[in-house]
Design a protein around this ligand. Structure first.
Ligand SMILES: Cc1cc2nc3c(=O)[nH]c(=O)nc-3n(C[C@H](O)[C@H](O)[C@H](O)COP(=O)(O)O)c2cc1C
Length: 316
């Protein structure tokens, strides 16, 4: 391999990079994390969406949401805090104006969604379920930045079970449920979600955090509390992914602080079948393209013929 990381010899056998989660086939295991990639269109000038394993959209609700007052972002050491408050165009507007753009790509679209009540969750899921351009739904029961819904469902195992069961009854597409790390034992929530009929689990959403401006003595976020993401949370995310993989039979998608291929590899090795890249997209909108390339190079250098050989290959 050349110093710049490119493969020189065209005769080298390229590794098999295709990944599979709950019957969904991805050309590779790398996709964006919800809320850090807009509706896909915003990033299309920077990277070819046809390179990605999947596109994951910003979380959608039944009605459009303006989100929280500003400031809603604060940089921290090793990451960032956000309290966007799930700003989005609403499910109907998404179907009419955002989804057609994504239809032109040959990349599965995973739509993230949430509701203020169980009924709202189920209604949003039902409206998305019939659309041929939607491959799967990712249900956010883990957002720390809204007063109703979100994390309330994710921190109480019974509430998680109830809301996932309700949604399951109203939809047929693969259902990925996204968990919060802000619990004492994530294995209990993971089990509840599995029992309720989820097809896959993604984790983690952000860790609740707070930062203070010492001059003004005010919280740096108007919402006071926000969600911490970025490289600083990765060891927590890897630990939680490992624990969930050991607990449930469902496929798991790992998320949290992935900036480089080696970060993604940690999640695959503990057993995640795919990964999502979040905050890194804000630093470098082309980062996923590099991660995909470097994963392939890693496989070639390590003599790994199929990237799936790495999944769950942790040696203890
Ligand atoms: C600005 C911002 C907005 C987000 N919006 C959503 C969202 O709408 N739905 C969701 O499930 N997660 C949302 N997340 C959480 C991310 O998808 C991801 O789980 C989290 O940031 C951890 O990954 P990272 O460290 O790679 O960013 C958001 C994160 C950030 C930073």
């Amino acid at each position: 391999m050349a110093e710049n990381g490119t493969i020189q010899n065209e005769n080298i056998q390229r590794p098999q990079m295709e990944a599979e989660v709950a019957g969904l086939k991805f050309r590779n295991p790398v996709m964006p994390a919800s809320g850090t990639f807009g509706y896909g269109e915003e990033y299309a000038p920077y990277l070819d969406l046809n390179q990605l394993g999947a596109v994951v959209t910003k979380g959608l609700s039944l009605n459009p949401k303006a989100g929280n007052p500003t400031p809603r972002i604060a940089e921290t050491t090793g990451g960032m805090l956000n309290a966007i408050g799930l700003q989005n165009v609403g499910v109907d507007m998404f179907i009419k104006h955002k989804l057609p753009f994504l239809d032109q790509f040959d990349t599965p679209v995973i739509v993230n969604f949430f509701g203020n009540t169980g009924e709202e969750y189920a209604e949003v899921a039902a409206r998305l379920d019939d659309l041929p351009g939607v491959a799967a739904l990712e249900m956010n029961i883990s957002c720390p930045n809204v007063k109703h819904g979100g994390i309330i469902f994710g921190t109480d195992p019974q509430a998680a079970y109830d809301v996932v069961s309700l949604v399951r009854k109203r939809m047929n597409k693969p259902l990925i449920v996204k968990l919060t790390p802000n619990v004492t034992d994530i294995r209990v929530t993971a089990k509840a979600v599995e029992d309720a009929g989820a097809d896959a689990i993604s984790l983690i959403n952000t860790l609740t955090g707070m930062a203070v401006d010492v001059k003004t003595r005010r919280p740096r976020l108007a919402n006071q509390i926000g969600g911490l993401s970025g490289p600083g949370i990765r060891p927590v995310a890897v630990r939680l992914t490992h624990q969930v993989v050991q607990t449930v039979k469902l496929p798991v998608i790992g998320i949290g602080g992935i900036f480089r291929a080696v970060d993604a590899l940690e999640f695959l090795i503990v057993g995640a079948k795919a990964v999502q890249v979040g905050t890194a997209n804000f630093v470098d909108p082309t980062v996923m393209s590099q991660i995909i390339k470097d994963l392939e190079t890693f496989c070639i250098e390590e003599g790994v013929a199929d990237i799936n050989e790495l999944i769950g290959s942790l040696k203890i």
